[in-house]
Design a protein around this ligand. Structure first.
Ligand code: PHE
Length: 414
């Protein structure tokens, strides 16, 4: 059994809003402003339009089809007298919340639940207050939830973002440079002699197209050339060979992001702190440890007040912020730095020290020709290596093309 709700009782007396609107329009069309003055206008318009009775043209409301009857209106009358109405009209009135089930009916339904264990809290239990008397099934918080596999960031992208944030927090500016680079910025500007073995085809990818890259200002090129040949404006004696422009112009895929640092040195005014996280390329045979492309984390600090201890301090701070606890430095060699070190971190999980890249103070043969006469701290670190060890990923190919779904789903980024 059903009875009218408060709204239903009001419409029984005043007429349904859409009925009232139709009656108004029978006297002539209305502007929207005038129509809006009637009570319940938006409800009226909704149902009158739905039934195809009225249409809005511009600012005018017109009666397009005069309804012969208003069955919902009649049904409200019948229900108020306890008479039956058609099923489909009943459900319209229910959904419009113009009628509801009689209290006793609700109570009868709700009472069926008393004494049983209940899973769902229903309308009738709430309305009758009988929810107080039923026993609800308890949640079992021990049951494991359903596993879901939402989209995730690529592991490498995730760490790039974390590392970027560390350097931004330390007051560094971010830089980037081209992947197809000139030998000049990748090698010559870094005081690597033109017959240095790192330049070999065996290590470096030379481009066919474009085969040559642009050189910077002649002023810079000349200084670098003279430095290689005889020390130029630096105090050193140079490498003592004939420097050749053709070699410097060869286009390559950059072999380290130190090329970006060289470009930045020619641009910045000290003091400056710049970092770059980028892809580099080396002609390596692919195996579980090596890929021909990987990611480096590069940084420079250009400041008259810094020295070797600051370099170690920056590196230590970086690795601590990455979550490593023990960091040590081993002496090393790079053609462009003096002193040079290799930072290593201790992997608790394996009980081993792992070498992570290179660092040092740029030699004057690098900085002076590029217009910098203050100390420059520099480093170039591997991104994939520490991530592999921390995440116990034992094959570098997992990052790039193995797409092992199980691994990608289960990995816990730290
Ligand atoms: N470029 C070196 C490498 O790729 C790392 C490095 C950068 C070393 C800057 C010293 C200074 O291994």
């Amino acid at each position: 059994m059903y009875c009218l709700t408060e709204e239903g009782r009001r419409y029984l007396e005043q007429g349904l809003p859409e009925k009232r609107l139709v009656e108004l329009l029978k006297k002539g069309k209305l502007t929207m402003q005038d129509a809006q003055k009637m009570a319940d206008f938006s409800i009226a318009l909704l149902w009158a339009k739905k039934n195809g009775w009225v249409a809005v043209r511009g600012n005018e409301l017109n009666l397009v089809k005069e309804p012969k009857a208003f069955p919902e209106q009649d049904a409200l009358g019948k229900i108020s007298k306890g008479a039956d109405v058609e099923e489909n009209i009943l459900s319209i009135l229910l959904s419009r919340k113009l009628i509801e089930e009689e209290r006793e009916d609700l109570r009868r339904k709700a009472e069926k639940s008393v004494g049983k264990e209940i899973v769902n809290l229903t309308e009738e239990l709430i309305k009758t207050g009988l929810w107080r008397k039923v026993k609800f099934r308890e949640y079992n918080t021990e049951v494991p939830g359903k596993r879901i596999h939402p989209g995730k960031k690529h592991i490498i992208s995730y760490y790039i973002e974390r590392i970027r944030k560390i350097f931004l927090d330390l007051g560094f500016q971010e830089a980037s440079g081209p992947l197809v680079e000139s030998s000049f910025w990748n090698f010559d500007a870094l005081y690597q002699p033109q017959d240095h073995p790192a330049r070999d085809l065996a290590d470096t990818f030379y481009m066919k197209n474009p085969a040559v890259a642009e050189l910077p200002d002649k002023r810079i090129v000349d200084e670098v050339a003279k430095t290689h040949e005889n020390g130029g404006i630096t105090k050193s004696s140079g490498w003592g060979y004939r420097w050749n422009t053709i070699n410097a112009k060869r286009a390559i895929l950059r072999t380290h992001t130190t090329a970006v640092s060289a470009r930045m040195l020619a641009q910045v005014e000290p003091p400056a702190k710049v970092f770059c996280i980028g892809r580099v390329f080396r002609n390596e045979t692919i195996d579980y440890k090596h890929l021909p492309e990987f990611t480096q984390i590069e940084g420079i600090v250009v400041d008259e007040n810094v020295g070797f201890r600051d370099l170690l301090g920056y590196l230590k701070e970086f690795y601590i912020r990455m979550g490593f606890k023990k960091i040590r430095f081993r002496p090393s060699y790079f053609p462009y730095t003096e002193m040079s070190v290799e930072p290593e971190v201790f992997f608790e999980e394996k009980g081993e020290w792992l070498e992570l890249g290179g660092a040092g103070i740029f030699r004057p043969e690098v900085t002076v020709p590029l217009g910098i006469d203050v100390p420059v701290l520099a480093w170039g670190l591997s991104l994939e290596r520490p991530v592999m060890l921390k995440l116990a990923i034992n094959d570098i190919r997992n990052f790039y093309y193995k797409n092992d779904l199980e691994l990608l789903r289960n990995i816990n980024l730290w």
